[in-house]
Design a protein around this ligand. Structure first.
Ligand SMILES: Nc1ncnc2c1ncn2[C@@H]1O[C@H](COP(=O)(O)OP(=O)(O)OP(=O)(O)O)[C@@H](O)[C@H]1O
Length: 210
């Protein structure tokens, strides 16, 4: 079963129902039930290999759940940050890459908004550089810039703070704070939000909402 559209709850934009995921006959997780409401901020936690990236991929729609369904509000605008920065990149240079999705959406001020985001993250000096001549932390910042520059209803971010220094982490937290969209962030640390979804290896999920 895949992602379906339309739900019956006004405050929730996304609902996971009895979700399960198997790889090569191994159950990664099963029986997940949770909702995400408009504007909500939720952390996704769990040990290495507990299935956080797999769950985010299913919620985004590029992985198919083995069981259950994800119901999403119609035409939900979703921003997705891959765990590996290089998976995020499309264009050859930093500025082109950050502007890419805005241009694809027909945004007239794409380059200006991309430049503003790079400035905000204090990486304007990298604008013209090749994405493949950056440090790991710089790549992470550029990948994040490309997602945070978008106006989305839901941001699914996989380990956004990996390799990022503490000063930039604070800047990113401020940007997140200003956004209207909901966030589901897979992380091993760096943020403390009231609501957490915790994946327990190969079994089930607990969250404060369940
Ligand atoms: N393509 C694949 N083929 C086989 N096994 C896979 C594949 N992708 C993921 N897995 C396995 O699925 C499990 C869940 O992986 P996933 O990346 O979702 O976990 P995670 O919680 O995000 O881990 P981490 O915190 O280390 O990033 C792991 O045991 C992993 O080895």
């Amino acid at each position: 079963m895949g992602v379906s559209f339309g739900n019956d709850c006004e405050c929730c934009m996304l609902k996971a129902k009895d979700l399960g995921y198997c790889i090569e006959d191994k159950i990664i997780f099963e029986n997940l039930n949770f909702e995400i409401s408009w504007g909500e901020r939720v952390l996704l936690k769990g040990k290495n290999g507990s299935g956080k990236s797999s769950l985010l991929g299913i919620l985004q729609g590029f992985l198919k759940p083995s069981f259950g369904v994800v119901e999403r509000e119609r035409e939900l605008r979703v921003g997705y940050l891959f765990q590996e920065s290089e998976d995020q990149f499309i264009a050859p240079s930093v500025l082109e890459d950050v502007a890419f999705s805005l241009l694809a959406k027909g945004e007239e001020r794409a380059e200006m908004r991309a430049r503003e985001m790079l400035e905000r993250l204090e990486i304007s000096h990298l604008s013209e550089k090749s994405l493949y001549h950056l440090s790991g932390g710089e790549q992470r910042l550029v990948a994040l810039a490309g997602v945070l520059v978008l106006e989305c209803d839901l941001y699914l971010l996989d380990e956004p703070f990996n390799e990022i220094d503490s000063l930039r982490q604070e800047i990113i937290k401020s940007i997140i704070q200003e956004k209207n969209g909901a966030f589901l962030i897979a992380t091993h640390g760096g943020l403390e939000w009231e609501r957490e979804i915790i994946l327990h290896s190969h079994t089930q999920l607990h969250s404060d909402s369940l």
